[in-house]
Design a protein around this ligand. Structure first.
Ligand SMILES: [Ca+2]
Ligand SMILES: [Ca+2]
Length: 399
């Protein structure tokens, strides 16, 4: 069923379809929809202001486009909610917990991507407990106007976690690669190297001549300017816990291994996102089998370059990254380094800066985060919390 068809069905129809789909495809108890609306909404409305010259502003100072005495910023207007307030004070983005009526079940190591043609956030798979040991999911959800809908394609890839998911906007296809599958009969992960595409209605497995080797906890991002999907690293647990440092590109037909002169070291549980304004894939951190990492790298389609920001988030893995294309910032949240984080950082292509919002999601790792360009908000879902619990909360981050 298409995304749009789901939106027209009733909540009960969707719930029934969700149960049937998961039971059929996984042979496991459904992790079904659940209400996460019990958490109080901590959103504090912005002072939206207006373009008139108010008495509280000095008409020849704030709003004239020049930073003067007593001003933290001046963006040439008297609007708040755009990074510089009507009082010429710097505004930081804030986290808001959302309360959708229905949600994907609590999970970690899921993948989310923004479908720019349809204006939807898409979520696929991850690991959930389902009341027993961790099991891998293959459900497909969309988030539109802060409402989650489960899609019901006729067939699906196997369940998996730590997979790669990207949206090829030139071809209008979701592309899924690899990840770890836990067969229902066997508690051990099986690393995958299959490539699937979703056209908005159905999943189709594609069969390129060459594929990257099987792996999980890889990172993938779509370079929209070049029309190439970029994959880096991950680990192959089927073959001696090998950590990978290879760079691959997928053009919709073939996977091609790139051989850049410089490259980040082999690693997994790192994170990547695409800075569409600068045309760079940005990578941060991860785990290389010996150490947690805090290095920042950029890939321009030819070379990887290590950046030297004065400050960086601390060493970590299992964190999330997303690029806010309206504010021109890579946003990092959370992660793990023998303890969990819930700090928020922003990277402008030169420097990392820690943001200290008044509210923030609880500490976690293995969450997923994506920028919903239609709403102008980062969306975060799920992960694993401080007590080892799987999380199913939806948060947004923006002005
Ligand atoms: Ca001014
Ligand atoms: Ca402003």
């Amino acid at each position: 069923m298409a995304y749009s068809g789901d939106r027209m069905s009733t909540a009960s129809e969707r719930a029934i379809a969700g149960w049937i789909t998961i039971l059929f495809l996984l042979g496991l108890p459904s992790c079904g929809a659940q209400n996460v609306g019990s958490v109080a909404d901590v959103f504090v409305a912005d002072d939206t202001g207006d373009a008139t010259w108010g008495e509280e502003h000095s008409p020849d100072q704030c709003g004239n486009g020049e930073i003067e005495a007593g001003e933290q910023c001046d963006d040439g207007n008297l609007y708040s909610g755009d990074g510089c307030s009507a009082a010429c004070v710097v505004e930081n983005a804030q986290w808001h917990v959302e309360s959708p009526a229905t949600s994907p079940c609590a999970r970690q190591s899921l993948a989310m991507v923004y479908h720019s043609v349809r204006g939807l956030v898409v979520l696929f798979g991850g690991g959930a407990t389902l009341g027993g040991p961790e099991a891998t999911l293959n459900d497909l959800w969309t988030l539109e106007a802060l409402t989650w809908f489960e899609a019901t394609p006729a067939s699906s890839p196997t369940g998996r976690n730590g997979h790669g998911l990207a949206y090829d906007s030139q071809r209008d296809r979701l592309v899924l690669f690899g990840g770890g599958w836990i067969p229902p009969s066997d508690p051990l992960y099986v690393c995958r190297n299959d490539t699937w595409e979703h056209d908005g209605v159905e999943w189709t497995e594609v069969t390129p001549q060459i594929s990257p080797r099987a792996r999980r906890f890889l990172a993938m991002a779509y370079d929209a300017a070049r029309g190439r999907l970029v994959l880096f690293g991950g680990s192959d647990w089927d073959d001696g816990f090998v950590y990978l440092g290879d760079t691959w590109e997928y053009d919709g037909e073939q996977w091609l291994e790139i051989s850049p002169v410089n490259s980040p070291s082999p690693r997994a549980w790192h994170a990547m996102t695409y800075d569409s304004d600068r045309g760079r894939v940005v990578l941060f951190g991860g785990w290389d089998d010996y150490d947690f990492l805090s290095d920042t790298w950029e890939y321009d389609g030819v070379q990887w370059s290590e950046k030297s920001p004065a400050l960086s988030p601390s060493v970590r893995a299992n964190h999330t990254l997303a690029y806010d294309s309206d504010r021109g910032r890579v946003v990092l949240f959370g992660g793990y380094n023998y303890g969990l984080y819930n700090d928020t950082w922003e990277y402008d292509g030169e420097q990392w800066r820690e943001i200290t919002p008044t509210a923030r999601p609880p500490e976690r790792n293995n969450a997923s985060m994506v920028y919903d360009a239609g709403r102008g908000m980062i969306v975060l879902f799920g992960g694993k919390g401080a007590l080892g619990e799987f999380l199913g909360d939806t948060w947004t981050y923006g002005y």
